[in-house]
Design a binder for this molecule. Structure first.
Ligand code: F6R
Length: 243
């Protein structure tokens, strides 16, 4: 496990973008596992900036996103497909056919999830998986208690997640109740894992996940066992650990 300390959010985003950029320069047809959420937005902005300057090229890159709501069409403005296009894909030269997000419109969960694992396999596996971390230690939609041996699967969203997300929808009833997510095992199979965390709100969980016991109660803690795991955190997120 490698921990890189960044000054602030901008510095964290630049350092993480540098690691992704190095991966793409070393392997132009790299397979990048990507995440949504607020933390990676600065990374995507930095990569777009370098792309505009001609410093990075996504022509041959394949992307595999972590998760998607079950039951949302990709063009719904709350789908992760939409988020990724708005914040990243539409602004670089990645090929649409090389973009992969679980198919939320396929209500056959078993089929949607097994097809996604086949996509990962056919791409040759993930070279670099980018992750954020939830306040309870979740990665992807793998909430506390999720079994470490799961591949892509369908999860029931917790009531608190549905409650927290209802502000993005017309009513609570419109919030999807389930999601498709890469499992912990799918994430652990990536050759390199890069996590980003910023802000004081993440300080406790960062300490618990990487300086506490490895347990399904803190899903991110399994990353302690990954052979090539890097955490880039800002000063606040790393403030409770002794480097
Ligand atoms: C995103 C994802 C989530 C987030 C996590 C942190 O695709 O799967 O696990 O990484 O909820 O979210 P933020 O970055 O908003 O704090």
């Amino acid at each position: 496990m490698k921990i890189i300390k960044a000054k602030d959010y901008k510095d964290m985003s630049r350092k993480a973008a540098n690691i992704i950029s190095a991966q793409v320069i070393m392997k132009p047809n790299a397979v990048l596992g990507l995440a949504t959420g607020s933390t990676p937005i600065g990374i995507y902005e930095q990569l777009i900036d370098w792309y505009n300057k001609g410093d990075i090229d996504f022509e041959e890159v394949t992307t595999i996103n972590l998760d998607e709501y079950r039951g949302l069409d990709k063009n719904h403005d709350q789908s992760y497909w939409y988020f990724m296009h708005k914040n990243f894909f539409d602004k670089v030269n990645i090929k649409e056919e090389n973009i992969n997000v679980p198919d939320g419109s396929n209500l056959d969960a078993k089929q949607a999830c097994s097809e996604y694992e086949e996509i990962i396999h056919a791409a040759g596996g993930i070279d670099l998986q980018l992750l954020g971390i939830g306040n309870d230690g979740h990665i992807g939609f793998n909430e506390p208690g999720a079994a470490f041996e799961l591949l892509t699967h369908c999860v029931d969203l917790t009531d608190s997640t549905i409650e927290a997300n209802k502000r993005f929808f017309e009513s609570k009833d419109d919030v999807p109740k389930q999601a498709y997510t890469m499992g912990i095992k799918s994430i652990m199979q990536a050759r390199k894992v890069l996590m980003v965390a910023n802000g004081i709100g993440k300080a406790d969980i960062v300490k618990q996940a990487f300086f506490g016991p490895v347990t399904p109660e803190v899903p991110a803690s399994i990353l302690q066992m990954h052979p090539d795991f890097t955490l880039v955190g800002d000063e606040e997120a790393l403030s409770k650990i002794d480097l």
